[in-house]
Design a protein. Structure first.
Length: 242
């Protein structure tokens, strides 16, 4: 299975690109959605986050208010690092489990939609990466108008990510979202047409049961072994696929 990493600057148009992949029949693993899931009451990461940040980040129903939490972490880099320590291991584990499921079902291609793809190291499980970019001023304008952030709040969120030139240097394909939405969607269609494996290669990729079994078994183990297991699954599948 070809795993394509999708990332980009905040408010650069990544969500639109992700929606277009889905519309073209490519399954998408959304790290933001998984991040919301692991912060639900009862989850281990929820407990760790509340223990550290206190109940002031909770709403009246006892759920984590992402706005309140965001205000804390984007004004203090150390607090942001601590949040990542509390959540990233659980997010990675679910991403790997979802990848293993898609692989076992015989999908020939999937997209891993992760805002911090390179920062988290998840680009290592991707054969190709797509970065969506747009000018900084466009990002800031979208954040202030769409999200109601002040200029300072918008800048803090943009600056919390890897610099655009660093992302571009590590990408397989950079999509500059400076034109219309239709142009962005057209670029995504071109990527799928170019990268989508043939059904023959997809069928060959499914015939890597040893790698799949190792990945499924190890995904529940500590993070290091999970990486090893999924790397084995990905390597074996990729060798047979390509």
């Amino acid at each position: 299975m070809l795993v394509v990493g999708l990332t980009g600057g905040i408010a650069a148009g990544k969500s639109t690109a992700s929606s277009e992949f889905r519309a073209l029949g490519v399954p998408v693993i959304d790290a933001d959605e998984i991040a919301r899931q692991v912060l639900e009451p009862g989850e281990a990461s929820y407990t760790r986050v509340v223990q550290h940040f206190g109940r002031s980040i909770l709403d009246d129903s006892g759920r984590i208010d992402r706005g309140r939490l965001g205000h804390v972490i984007f004004s203090d880099p150390e607090q942001r690092k601590h949040l990542n320590k509390c959540t990233h291991p659980y997010i990675r584990r679910r991403i790997l489990w979802n990848l293993a499921q898609l692989y076992a079902r015989g999908h020939s291609m999937c997209v891993l939609d992760v805002p911090l793809l390179f920062e988290s190291g998840l680009d290592r499980v991707c054969a190709k990466t797509v970065v969506i970019e747009c000018p900084r001023e466009v990002q800031l304008e979208r954040l202030t108008k769409r999200n109601g952030f002040t200029r300072v709040e918008a800048e803090a969120r943009v600056d919390a990510q890897m610099r655009s030139d660093m992302r571009a240097a590590r990408a397989t394909r950079v999509v500059n979202n400076t034109e219309s939405v239709d142009e962005l969607r057209s670029e995504i269609r071109d990527i799928v047409k170019l990268w989508q494996p043939s059904w023959v290669r997809a069928a060959m990729g499914v015939a890597a049961p040893v790698g799949v079994v190792v990945g499924l078994t190890c995904v529940w183990m500590p993070w290091g072994r999970a990486v090893l297991g999924m790397a084995t699954a990905w390597i074996v599948g990729s060798l047979m696929l390509w």
